[in-house]
Design a protein around this ligand. Structure first.
Ligand code: ZN
Length: 210
């Protein structure tokens, strides 16, 4: 699953490192999120950089799924109930159709309450539960593994700095991933929490490498 955000990009990079000879497919899901147009471009750019085969990038549209979410805990902290259950189910169906062995997801949380945001449906345990659910209903000998490569074999959650520095160290450009909450057309807003953090990390990275 390749949303085009920094986490999914780094998860794909990790997957490429873990299975260098595997055949990769990139899946973008347009579920009606307002940021879908710039995210789609980032998803394609990331896939092209890592996998070189445009034919293996695909998209599923479920554009009416998006519901305007209530805000919780902190300002801008969005929580769409079980969004990742729906999206991962779609990806598992696609994986089944492609006879894929592994479904890579980009979430880096280990537990459901970690850091400042709640990640009820975006943590390692959640995906492992989904994996056993998917495997329990398999009707063929084909088994799909669901692997959050960013939390694989980790006891501490990766930081955003780990993710961005990992991407930039591997040649990614600043604008190649898209993680903005309030996109203005195809551009990042530059002001939301994600944008501010990304800019700060970029300054640190530039100072570190020049
Ligand atoms: Zn922004």
């Amino acid at each position: 699953m390749l949303s085009g955000g920094s986490d999914s990009a780094y998860a794909a990079l990790m997957a490429k490192t873990m299975w260098p000879h595997a055949d990769f497919y990139g899946l973008f899901i347009d579920y009606g999120q307002p940021e879908a147009p710039p995210e789609r471009i980032a998803s394609m750019a990331v896939f092209k950089r890592l996998m070189f085969n445009y034919n293996h990038w695909c998209e599923v549209k479920v554009s009416d799924l998006y519901v305007f979410h209530r805000q919780s805990v902190a300002e801008n902290n969005v929580y769409v109930p079980l969004r990742n259950l729906v999206l991962t189910s779609i990806a598992a169906a696609k994986a089944e159709a492609l006879e894929a062995e592994v479904l890579v997801v980009g979430n880096k949380s280990l537990q459901k309450t970690e850091g400042e945001f709640l990640t009820y449906d975006g943590n390692r345990k959640f995906y492992k539960q989904l994996e056993s659910l998917v495997q329990s209903i398999e009707v063929t000998s084909h088994r799909i593994l669901i692997v959050p490569t960013l939390s694989e074999n980790r006891t501490q959650k990766l930081t955003r700095k780990d993710v961005y520095f990992g991407l930039w160290k591997n040649g990614f450009e600043y604008g190649e991933t898209f993680s903005c909450w309030f996109a203005r057309g195809f551009d990042e807003c530059g002001e939301c929490k994600n944008c501010v953090e990304k800019k700060l990390l970029w300054e640190q990275w530039r100072a570190f490498t020049t």
